[in-house]
Design a protein around this ligand. Sequence first.
Ligand SMILES: [Mn+2]
Length: 561
Amino acid sequence: MVPLMKWHIVNIDQSKIEALSKKYKFSTQFSRILLEKGIDTADKITSITSPGIKSLHQASLLPDIEQGTDRIQRAIKDGEKILIWGDEDTDGITATVFLFELLKNLNARVFYHIPNRKKEGIGLNTPGIQQAANLGCSLIVTVDCASSDHNEIAAAQEMGIDIVVTDHHEVPVESTPHFPLINPKRADSQYPFPDIAGVMVAFKLGWFIAQSMLSLQSKEWQSIIPRWYPLIFLGTYADRVPLKDENFVLAHLGFEWLQKTERCGIRILREMICKGNVCDEEAVRKMISVFSTGKRKEFGNNVGFQLLTENNEDTLRKTISRLLIESEEWHAHANENYKRILVSIPQDTKEAVIFIYNPKLQFDYLGFCASRLKERLSKPVIVASDKEENIIGEARAPGGVNVYAILAKKSSLFLSFGGHKQACGFTIRKEHLDEMKQYLKGTFPGTSIATEQEREMRIIDTLSPEKITQKLKNEILLLTPFAHSNPSPLFLAQGVSLSNGVYSYIIPESGKSKQIEMKNITQTWVGIDGKPVLLDIVYYLNSSGILIIADARPSLFNEQT
Ligand SMILES: [Mn+2]
């Protein structure tokens, strides 16, 4: 059983709260929230109160961006054919669409290829490069992939194709690139905030190209880019990079533009997914699952790319309906696979890294299973299965644990390997399975970090729902969209009566009655007298302003925090 979450009301310096509230006319609660999130400087506060491109880091700080831009610019001027090489996840798809449209607008002769992961794997591959050569392309620009594809890049160069890599995955230490490698995670990168998604790297490159070709001022650029905000947001949100710093700025703008963009595919998605046409985080997750479902089928090219660029409403509606059904089926299968491995794991295992090899698991669901299990155990988890004659594995780790580094020590065993500190994948030969298993049984310093902290709910303050003012609601909305790395602020309400999973109360300002939905618990709490038990609840506001319960306990049993 998963132990109960500890409730902890954060301790914040009262004088700082007062100073912030006075200076910016924030409510006390909002000042507490900001201070808890470490948003305490004028710059950080501006990025929240008026987010705009002025809060973004200079594209010129990305390594090799000038060399990359020069090569692309030359290709555009000389009428060379350029191929954008993407990746099949939402980050990769949105990055491909962005760069494709930007280069088209600059009159480039541009094509794209999003490899099918199941057949082609991730990143560049030689048969695909050969196809690009057959098309007559002399330049490939990658997005969201290829930092470690040195062999394929060498093969491309031999075929007379130049490569510009844009990526955000970890860069192997031994690499000395002979091509422009635009990646904020390079050891020599000066970029101040490396935790950006692939679509953000592509966006920065696009900005740099537009600036140097059209001598655009920031203002002009700002007036052009809202059409791409939702794409940057979706890629950023899907890739689970921390929604802080410039990620937050573009996610906030993109989340806002998601509700009003005229991009046909997103408009139809919105109509079909968002209740009352309001997109909250849950709707966003559903949209993302549509993109990740699209990739697995082959109706033409990449379905996600088509969704974002298509203008025919009927086609879009048909495709989206089909994908929604398939996405539900996918999740049902994924959950079945997860349950299958869940029963096989001793819950009290002492091992630092959980390694599960089960040839019955389907390749498609390995990442899902590893993610879920990592959440449950707060430990690094690797889930592996057979793929043809080899073994393929997906690793996930909680924040602060670098499972990439743990696996990188065994890189000599891998046929392929790549990803991020907290999420990566590999392929090994079957004969190396035992060596891998043995290695992962070892001890890894730093893997059992923060489990105590992860089991703790950091609560902003005690606040009964009746006391939430419209001002505080509006202030909290400035912090949307919420995600794991940008959690919605939690409040504690004590002695609340709760029946049938719904808590009704009256808003003092309007006299209207409101209800709190129960999301995390399903039982009704009833005492021996049959009446609802009074509860202490931890709750938050979602981006539609609805109060959601995150945790609840009978007041009777609750220890004071
Ligand atoms: Mn990515």
